[in-house]
Design a protein around this ligand. Sequence first.
Ligand SMILES: Cc1cc2nc3c(=O)[nH]c(=O)nc-3n(C[C@H](O)[C@H](O)[C@H](O)COP(=O)(O)OP(=O)(O)OC[C@H]3O[C@@H](n4cnc5c(N)ncnc54)[C@H](O)[C@@H]3O)c2cc1C
Length: 397
Amino acid sequence: MRPLTDAAGRQADPISDTPERAELRAELRRLIAATSPAAEVLRLDEQERFDDKLHEALRRLGVHAVGGHPDHGGIGDIRDQTAVIEELAAGPTSMAVHMVVQYMITHILGTNGSPEQREEWLDRLHTGAAKVSFALSEPAGGTDIARVMRTTARREGDHWLLSGQKTWISGALGADALVVLARTSPAEGSSVDGVTMFLVPAGSPGLQVRELPTVAVHGLDTCEVFFDDVAVPESAVVGAVGAGFRQVVATLNRERINAAAGAIGAASGALDAAVEYARGRAAFGSTLGSFQAVQHRLVDGALAIESARSLLARAAAVEAAGGRADLLSSMAKIAASEAAVKVTQDGMEILGGAGFSREFPMQRWFRDVRLWVFAPLANDMVRNYLGERLLELPRSF
Ligand SMILES: Cc1cc2nc3c(=O)[nH]c(=O)nc-3n(C[C@H](O)[C@H](O)[C@H](O)COP(=O)(O)OP(=O)(O)OC[C@H]3O[C@@H](n4cnc5c(N)ncnc54)[C@H](O)[C@@H]3O)c2cc1C
């Protein structure tokens, strides 16, 4: 389901796509249809393989530079990133997850990287020539990560030595480097202090990556990463020593906004597939789509998607204008991920037995969208945050 104003051709409202962004969407749709149509997405999902061909086509189109640092070839802003993520998630969802991570990394390095780090990495990230993963979560917990973080970095001479383990790291197998958060001093007062961000090249001695078996997002590897005294120079520190966690938190609005875009895109793809199926499936002398119970479910899905999309557009507009989008982006992430769960759940029911078949795409969206309910931050935790910040209730965690 494409954005309403776009699809219905109504007069543009202030938060809908500009003509340029609508053209970017159309261009992406053409490219995805030509390079990675539904059958190819299914094939790669079954084989659990990254879509190198699509990645190359996206590189050529220049999508990696969208929303990036203007001094290094970046163009457009977060609203354009959401359009890219949405269009990808409606088809090759794993590539949307990959782009969410790459956009986060370019933002982290664009805001906190040293001139040398920006010089070395941003141009390559903006052309898609390099891939960098983000390693924060650990086996002891993702939601409470600042308190439970066990990965440490200690200074030895002119180097830092990293030890510990990260888990659930997207794309670590194919990454050229990882942005890693490690504790560099014991928490004093708040556990968010004393954590430092490092840029660690892949293949560093002592670094090991193991792919995890997961239920979804099969087109992108999800990995455990082990650090056994991995040595990096002082120049590998991203931003300020001890301030890494705070620096990352400052980028989370964008990640939430892009996660919401991913969920909305996947929900849109699933809804379109369900509508198409309902139109074509004969039953009781008519079609499934003629039954009120089926129509209501599809309409409720469209409503949930468009509601989440409105929140997303407001959050992205505030973020693009340099304002505080933390509440709107939190609400958009919850609304979008829950819309995606609802739409894909209903989609499975509308497809009946065909929903159960791995030869139909519904089951892939049904599995894939579960990610955004707990990642990058669990909806329960996002609600905790909204309880405190939006409703000014006592902190519940
Ligand atoms: C496919 C995939 C890709 C990922 N990619 C990355 C990546 O690239 N980099 C990275 O660093 N991480 C990544 N993650 C990790 C992800 O961010 C974490 O899974 C997420 O933060 C939740 O952490 P957890 O799994 O440890 O769950 P836990 O922290 O154990 O929480 C489990 C559940 O408990 C509940 N809960 C926890 N605390 C509270 C509370 N205070 N109040 C109410 N409820 C609560 C929530 O329902 C939550 O979902 C990825 C995960 C997956 C599965």
